[in-house]
Design a protein around this ligand. Structure first.
Ligand code: SF4
Length: 189
């Protein structure tokens, strides 16, 4: 099954609106920030691709957003109505890989990669992360992932299992480069 078909079927399983990270999808498929109402006439219609990329890349203060999963998406815009293919593309830009990961996780085709394995693969400036003591991981996950990211890390848990959740959770099966970058400073200290 194609991922667009999976997304369409996945949305149909639950009642709208559907929330993904900081966005909300309304029937038709209309996309807004979750704190905005789609009928609000003050919302800016974001039709162009450049304007959408700008929204995703920069926060309200014009700062680059290095971590797409971090909260801080600007409000005040609307996209759509969109085809399911365009909705999928928008979600892929907002939260890279998230729908594919969720589809694989829910059909038990994806296992998390333990941090030790990710660290062992690193070379160059991130090689030092191999030295990070196991006991330092929980605090780093709390600080970087739990407090600073909307994705739900799976890779630091002993044996996470797919649950029968209804929400479109942003899952994280492997420590990302942003995490490695921050962990590197701790490992090198
Ligand atoms: S490792 Fe942490 S910060 Fe990076 S994407 Fe996963 S949950 Fe977010």
């Amino acid at each position: 099954m194609k991922l667009t078909q999976w997304l369409e079927a996945r949305l149909a399983r639950t009642s709208p609106p559907w929330t993904v990270g900081e966005v909300r999808i309304y029937p038709g498929y209309l996309l807004t920030h979750w704190e905005d109402a789609p009928e609000d006439s003050r919302l800016r219609q974001l039709s162009g691709w450049e304007a959408f990329l700008d929204l995703v890349r920069f926060d309200a203060a014009g700062r680059f957003r290095p971590l797409r999963g971090a909260p801080g998406l600007r409000k005040g815009w609307r996209r759509g109505p969109l085809s399911i293919a365009d909705l999928f593309t928008d979600l892929r830009v907002l939260y890279p890989g998230a729908m594919a990961i969720l589809a694989a996780w829910e059909t038990e085709r994806l296992g998390p990669t333990p941090f030790s394995m990710t660290a062992r693969r690193q070379t160059g400036i991130y090689e030092v992360t191999r030295q990070l003591p196991d006991e330092d991981l929980p605090a780093l996950v709390e600080q970087i992932c739990v407090r600073g990211c909307l994705r739900h890390p799976l890779w630091h848990l002993p044996a996470p299992q797919p649950d029968k959740q209804e929400g479109l959770t942003l899952l994280c099966p492997e420590a990302c480069h942003y995490f490695l970058h921050r962990a590197r400073a701790r490992a090198a200290a």
